[in-house]
Write a protein that binds this ligand. Structure first.
Ligand code: ADP
Length: 430
């Protein structure tokens, strides 16, 4: 563990710490952020009414639209003279979401990333091949700061330029690498194509995140790069990568949320009511220790569940893998569909590899989905019986008939370094 006192803190103590931090944050919000001052006044809530995290459900949510409405700096709680860094998330439409950090916020960022790195198998003295993008995106600089704090040597490769990535993996001998799962797929595939034996690479641990992925891709990346791959989750609004991380010895059981800084809730996507542990809904975070950019019950739109794991090394709560973003959920003939559900099915079909896309079209008044997926080496993609097997499997598991289009190896677009678009929407919007 990087910080055992915190990471294995008894739950009652953790609740106390969280409650104290929440109260301090609420007072700072009311004092320094006009948006929150007005919002709480409107709801008739004074900071003193909130005794601790158990009262959180009384407080309103913050949505991405609130961030956009206060673009760029309207929600900052510190004057610019105290801001040490500014990041922004890409934002699919219009203006990006801008976030700021004080020195203290950057220290927290480094600490949670250092904890995440240790959780993933990294140790001081190891080298980190950091293939997350550097720049406004939080991935590159976020991982960089945490690795430096831990005492690793950072190789700031950034995303893209696959030839150079492979040379560095071979010659610089990093023991740990981080990138998006889809880019790790690209790197694994390129190693195979070029006859690079992954066993001869020094890299042993891969930390993958920034987009949803499943066990299907984990198996492919672990075999293709000879690594242990774990999940890192985060979003710039909350801090960046390192909001949660999976332990390499507890793979598949969820990712620890560093809840001394980011208090999680899972709520019903329609009513906003908090859901019991283990139930799936929208993940909501309150940034109880952030200075420059404090957020109250921030609606991430990411779908998952949270739960305590009695067999875990640490006391912090875990979150399941993200199924997708609520706004990425497709509703096809009344059935809710996330692309990760199709990815899981691909894992069970041994003639397929997890390079795929879902193409959404409109046929008359109905939406339809085509699954375009690659077959493995040596498999005939024109064999209709294989397409029929996949069709049946999807029908039985998800309850939808989809058009299947099997493709030859290499036909589907690959990640060139960042997040990959798995869903292509070809509906003509009226
Ligand atoms: P954006 O993609 O909106 O420009 P960010 O780069 O901050 O902004 O991305 C944050 C989002 O990326 C999260 O809200 C989530 O949807 C997705 N994400 C990040 N890490 C993971 C992960 N490990 N698994 C699934 N989704 C992830």
């Amino acid at each position: 563990m990087y910080n055992p006192t915190i990471e294995s803190m008894p739950l009652d103590k953790l609740r106390q710490l969280q409650s104290e931090r929440l109260k301090t944050m609420l007072q700072r919000m009311v004092d320094n952020v006009p948006f929150y001052r007005h919002l709480l006044r409107e709801k008739g809530i004074a900071p003193g009414d909130i005794k601790g995290v158990d009262d959180l459900a009384k407080l309103p949510f913050t949505k991405k639209s609130d961030l956009r409405d206060h673009y760029p700096y309207g929600l900052f709680a510190n004057p610019m003279s105290e801001i040490r860094r500014i990041h922004a998330s890409s934002g699919t439409t219009g203006k990006p979401t801008v976030v700021g950090y004080t020195e203290n916020d950057l220290n927290i960022f480094d600490e949670v990333v250092a904890r995440s790195l240790v959780c993933a198998g990294a140790k001081p003295g190891m080298k980190l091949h950091n293939a997350y993008g550097y720049g406004l995106f939080t991935g590159g600089l976020g991982m960089h700061g945490g690795a430096t704090l831990l005492g690793m040597a950072v190789i700031p490769v950034s995303g893209g330029m696959t030839d150079r990535q492979l040379t560095i993996l071979q010659d610089f001998e990093p023991e740990v690498m981080c990138c998006t799962p889809s880019y790790a797929q690209t790197l694994a595939e390129e190693c195979r194509k070029r006859g690079i034996d992954p066993k001869e690479l020094a890299v042993k641990f891969a930390i993958l995140g920034a987009e949803p992925w499943t066990e299907t891709i984990r198996s492919q990346v672990e075999a293709g790069l000879d690594v242990t791959a774990t999940n890192i989750y985060g979003l710039s609004e909350i801090i960046g990568p390192g909001v949660s991380q999976e332990d390499f010895q507890e793979k598949g059981s969820g990712s620890y949320v560093w809840e001394d800084h980011f208090f999680p809730e899972v709520v019903d996507r329609d009513t906003g009511e908090p859901l019991p542990y283990g139930q799936e809904g929208v993940l909501v975070f309150t940034t109880i220790s952030r200075e420059a950019f404090p957020l109250l019950r921030y609606w991430t739109n990411d779908i998952c569940s949270i739960y305590y794991d009695a067999n875990a090394k640490r006391t912090h709560i875990k979150m399941s893998a993200i199924k997708g973003r609520a706004d990425d959920m497709l509703i096809i003939r009344g059935v809710n569909l996330f692309y990760t559900q199709v990815e899981e099915i691909i894992d069970d079909m041994d003639f397929l590899v997890p390079n795929y896309q879902l193409i959404v079209t409109r046929e008359g008044t109905m939406d339809a989905v085509e699954v375009s997926c690659e077959v493995g080496d040596g498999v005939n993609h024109e064999d209709d019986s294989l397409a029929q097997q996949l069709l049946q499997r999807i029908k039985n598991t998800i309850g939808l008939s989809m058009k299947i289009s099997l493709q030859a190896p290499g036909a589907i677009p690959r990640s060139q370094g960042g997040k990959l678009q798995r869903v292509v929407d070809r509906r003509i919007m009226a």
